[in-house]
Design a protein around this ligand. Structure first.
Ligand code: LLP
Length: 431
């Protein structure tokens, strides 16, 4: 199985967190997102433990809430003593509503509005990860007006090619995010941050991409960032004490995916940070990382009922499900690979090659093409695995299809953490 929270029972049904997926589909309806809390907590603990192991506890993993944001996930990661990365006032509001401590939140974004900055200052957000000079000036000004000091990290493009899909590669010069090192822009920003009266210049940040399997680009980025901290010290006299190295650790979507153990990234990056700091005679900074996908991705699945099965002789067979790009736009956007299984026919041989299609009025509304599944008929159940990250958070109401519910399993007990949208929800803002 793709993830250790998944299994198969004696009835030949898929299980998640020990629950029979067919029972869950009957109880809660489909489409349905199901997540395993034990798996999420296990990954949070692994990251936290690795900070003890590799940095003597001088660091903190932040959960990148863009991967899946709702109140309950904020409560869970807070209980696991992680911090949080938010990228909009909406994600910030969600976290605060869940009682997440503001001081453990890093506020990201390449175009934070004055209203968002003001709100975040009023909430005493822990750090602003500043993306550009316009924001730097605005933040300094607004913090001054409010008579407070904002803690700042500068987002830097270290220029590392992380060999990932080009839509999710963010560490290069041609990226809308952050200050480039090569052009001197990052150093200019550091000098500005150092002299800004209402800013406390704490450190630097980078994020080189997402769904990365190689350890090497993370090591290279960490080395470059420590080098930049050294350059800032030489040019401004300030020794930065914090370094945020972003997220991006890959997960398993299909059997062929072989992400390294997360501990391997942590170990290699820690070695790089320590040896570079030694080389430059710098104190080892307090380290942050921002994993999103790797915390929730493999912990989630989406369950659908099969509707029509359309065999086009000599062409292909479309198996249509009761969800689609509205709840999972990732195939339409990135041609992402997924494992699809027949959740109530796990023991049956996969003899048919089919394309799994959604119900939206759009030809590109596919979940996966050319996958092997058992013979399927209307009413059968399909499950798409590893949908815990960037599925619910990227879901839409296209075609006015209500968003599915999210059920969380803990110790074999399911509970709804996000209710299914109703038709009333769909029209509630219509005038
Ligand atoms: N930190 C920053 C600054 C980021 O931009 C991101 C992701 C993360 C952390 C978390 O990265 P993760 O550990 O989840 O890879 N919608 C795309 C992914 C976009 C990722 C954007 N930034 C997808 O569905 O694959």
């Amino acid at each position: 199985m793709i993830a250790n929270c998944l299994g198969k029972n004696e009835k030949g049904h898929l299980t998640i967190g020990g629950c029979d997926v067919k029972d869950l589909a009957q109880q809660y309806g489909t489409p349905l997102y199901v997540m395993d809390e034990g798996k999420i907590r296990e990954t949070c603990r692994m990251y936290r433990d690795s900070f003890r192991k590799y940095y003597g506890g001088r660091g903190m993993p932040l959960y990148a809430s863009k991967a899946f944001s709702c109140k309950e996930i904020c409560r869970i990661v807070n209980e696991e003593e992680l911090g949080l990365d938010v990228v909009s006032a909406g994600e910030l509001y969600t976290a605060l509503q869940a009682g997440f401590p503001a001081e453990k939140i890093h506020f990201h974004g390449n175009n934070k509005t004055p209203a968002e900055i003001s709100y975040a200052l009023d909430c005493s957000v822990g750090h602003f990860v500043v993306d550009n000079l316009t924001e730097l000036e605005l933040l300094d000004h607004l913090a001054g007006e409010k008579g407070c000091k904002a803690r700042v990290l500068l987002r830097v493009k270290p220029g590392v090619d992380a060999h990932t899909h080009k839509f999710i590669r963010t560490g290069q010069i041609d990226s809308k995010f952050g200050f480039a090192l090569e052009t001197g822009e990052a150093l200019t920003a550091a000098k500005e941050a150092a002299k800004a009266e209402n800013l406390e210049f704490c450190g630097v940040h980078c994020h080189i991409g997402s769904q990365i399997f190689d350890v090497a680009p993370f090591v290279l980025a960490a080395e470059i960032m420590v080098g930049f901290i050294d350059q800032i010290r030489k040019e401004t006299g300030i020794t930065l004490e914090e370094l945020n190295l972003g997220g991006g650790f890959g997960i398993k979507y299909v059997q062929e995916d072989t992400p390294p153990q997360y501990d391997a990234y942590m170990h290699a990056v820690s070695d790089a940070v320590h040896s570079k700091c030694k080389e430059y005679g710098l104190p080892v900074p307090y380290i942050f990382i921002e994993p999103g996908r790797s915390i929730v991705g493999e912990a989630g699945i989406t369950v659908y009922h099969v509707g029509s099965v359309k065999e086009i002789p000599g062409v292909r067979t479309y198996v249509s499900i009761d969800g689609g790009m509205g709840d999972n736009p990732r195939y339409a956007l990135y041609q992402s690979s997924y494992t699809v299984v027949a959740a109530d026919k796990m023991d049956e041989p996969c003899t048919k090659e089919v394309t799994v299609a959604g119900k939206c009025c759009e030809s590109g509304d596919l979940i996966q093409e050319n996958v092997m599944l058992p013979e399927l008929k209307p009413g059968d159940l399909l499950a798409v695995l590893s949908t815990g990250a960037y599925n619910y958070s990227m879901a839409s109401n296209y075609n006015r299809i209500p968003r599915p519910a999210v059920v969380m399993i803990k110790d074999g007990q399911p509970r709804v953490i996000i209710r299914r949208e109703s038709f009333e929800d769909l029209v509630k803002n219509d005038v």
